[in-house]
Design a protein around this ligand. Structure first.
Ligand code: PEP
Ligand code: MG
Length: 586
């Protein structure tokens, strides 16, 4: 029977393999008193153990493959440095002399004292550094206690492909095990910021840590699956589960290969057109995924997620910090920060959402309407976004804009906020571009008027489709009507792209349609030149773009827009998607 054990995700990816248990036994340290004449011999014994620990670590360091990143060797260097530190070398010697106790006991007392200092620390990263002290001390203790047998007795060739299970692993153990070709590791202790977890991530080895008492459920040579994405370990999986995870493993590998091939390459069509390919994010933490795929910036930052699942509204300072963090991580690439889009299917758990009850929440007081009604909510966000623009390129994006009156109100408010920031002596970009989502039919139909007044437009197909076809995007019962290829939807998209092109106002698309590779060529054919997509879809979209010829697609897109029947439109789309460019491997 398969059992699933939940631990902490340390390093993403999937590993499937037989278990190799690393168990070096408990270190049982007790105190004994020394005769006065034995004290210096004991000191010698301790110093010898410290020297042996250094030799072992240096030997491990030598075995790190040359092509591994420098920070991996740095973990071992940290332990080597600790072995030079008087807190671990001199203090125990003094204890042996003053207490006339054995070296193991002296080292244990000193270790306990150091660990308690780390445990007091507020910073979770620094708190985890107590692991390093414990790892270094355990290495010395093993020599003192004569428990320094190698951490595995199986030949190295047998360990290859195994998944290691241990109570804890030091970074040095991990380096050696990886050298032997292990497929992943699971530890009973440790957190996501331990050096061992960091090592797993930087070497891309799937790992789960903090799986308490794992050795009660998992035996040597059991077959297990590590799902590093979810922090889950499946013990004794059935065949169907194994083949499901093998398929996921292949997808992940394909993605890595794609990233290696396309990551730094420009996004350019076969006929030489540069396309802007940006990413959508919900939280500042998502930027890592954005930089990993080398996106041209963030095309949509959904700030409402900062407001969800909490009692109080984040104040200006908290918002500024969150936005600035993203701007900084993007390192000069633009960040499009969308103002609060709450309401509809996105509600907060605080009193705010409960305060407004509506028959049709999607048509009610949501997004920019809510913000304009409540300047106490809107003003701090505008200030925070403007302040973030002082840290790097930022664009402000307004959701759910449905009339020009709203736009004038926002532009006026922005003027006031800029004036106030200037008065307060705060830095911001006076020329920060301001754009609007085109996600209600009224905005698409008036795209020319919006383009006259704004710096850019971004088509939000998720809502645009819902409002155009009057089909609730979250209601399963009517989902069959939700169709990106509906002629009305395509006409509104085309209208928006054309309005932007006429005035040289950039038009992007950030709805899910942009992130679905099925529609990429159609959108290129319709003239779209900027896409913002979920980070995990970006490389696939880039691959399609780089293998597309826009003049050819433009002809087919015109044809598709001219046909009314759904099967005929789908047939033209399939034809577009079947076109092969010269660099397409087939
Ligand atoms: C959209 O409506 O297409 C969009 C991108 O916004 P959201 O999905 O956040 O409503
Ligand atoms: Mg929307």
């Amino acid at each position: 029977m398969t059992i699933a054990l939940q631990g902490i995700c340390a390093s993403r990816g999937i590993a499937i393999g037989r278990v190799h248990i690393v168990d070096r036994g408990q270190l049982n340290v007790s105190e004994y008193r020394l005769a006065a004449g034995d004290v210096e011999t004991e000191v010698e014994r301790f110093l010898h153990a410290v020297e042996k620990a250094r030799d072992e670590l240096r030997a491990t360091r030598e075995r790190i493959p040359r092509d591994t990143s420098a920070d991996i060797a740095a973990f071992i260097d940290t332990h080597l440095l600790m072995l030079e530190d008087s807190a671990l070398t001199k203090a125990p010697v003094e204890l042996v002399r003053s207490r006339r106790c054995n070296a193991e006991w002296a080292l244990k007392l000193q270790c306990d004292a150091l660990v308690s200092v780390f445990e007091e620390m507020d910073d979770p990263y620094l708190r985890t550094r107590k692991d390093d002290v414990e790892h270094v001390v355990a290495r010395i203790q093993r020599t003192l206690l004569r428990q320094d047998k190698p951490y595995h007795e199986k030949p190295d060739s047998v360990i290859a492909g195994h998944v290691v299970l241990a109570d804890d692993l030091t970074p040095a153990d991990t380096v050696l095990l990886l050298h032997h070709g292990i497929a992943g590791f699971v530890t009973e202790y440790g957190g996501p910021t331990s050096h061992t977890a960091i090592l797993g991530r930087s070497l891309r080895i799937p790992a789960v840590v903090g799986l308490h008492q794992a050795r009660l459920y998992i035996k040597d040579e059991d077959l297990i699956i590590i799902d590093g994405r979810a922090g889950v370990v499946l013990v004794d999986p059935d065949e169907r589960t194994v083949s499901h995870y093998r398929a996921s493993q292949r997808t992940i590998e394909e993605h890595h290969a794609l990233r290696a091939r396309l990551g730094g390459a420009p996004t350019r069509t076969l006929d030489g057109r540069d396309i802007v390919l940006q990413a959508n994010i919900e939280l500042p933490e998502d930027v890592e995924a954005v930089t990993q795929v080398s996106a041209d910036g963030v095309g949509l930052y959904r700030t409402e997620f900062l407001f969800m699942n909490r009692e109080e509204t984040p104040d200006e300072e908290e918002q500024f910090e969150a936005y600035a963090k993203v701007v900084e991580a993007l390192n000069g690439a633009p960040v499009t920060i969308r103002t609060l889009d709450l309401g509809g299917d996105k509600s907060v758990d605080s009193g705010q959402s409960a305060a407004h009850w509506s028959y049709n929440p999607a048509l009610g007081l949501r997004a920019v309407r809510l913000c304009l009604k409540d300047p106490n909510l809107f003003r701090p966000q505008l200030r925070a976004i403007l302040r973030a623009s002082g840290q790097g390129p930022v664009r402000l994006l307004i959701p759910m804009l449905s009339n020009l009156q709203e736009l004038s109100q926002i532009l006026q408010l922005l003027k006031e906020v800029r004036r106030a920031l200037k008065r307060d002596g705060l830095k911001f970009d006076r020329k920060m571009p301001v754009g609007a989502m085109v996600e209600v039919p009224a905005a698409a139909l008036c795209a020319d008027l919006l383009a006259e007044r704004l710096d850019f437009l971004s088509i939000g197909t998720n809502d645009l489709i819902q409002y155009t076809i009057a089909t609730d995007r979250v209601d399963d019962e009517v989902n069959y009507l939700y169709d990106p290829l509906h002629p009305a939807v395509l006409r509104l998209i085309e209208m928006t792209i054309k309005a932007g092109a006429k005035l040289a106002v950039p038009v992007s698309m950030c709805g899910e349609m942009a992130g679905n590779a099925r529609y990429t060529r159609l959108l290129l054919g319709m003239g779209l030149r900027e896409f913002s997509v979920p980070p995990n879809a970006l490389l696939e979209i880039k691959q399609v773009i780089n293998n597309s010829d826009t003049p050819r697609l433009a002809r087919l897109a015109n044809k598709l827009l001219a046909v009314a029947d759904e099967p005929d439109r789908a047939a033209v789309l399939e034809k577009m998607n079947a076109l092969h460019g010269p660099s397409d491997p087939g």
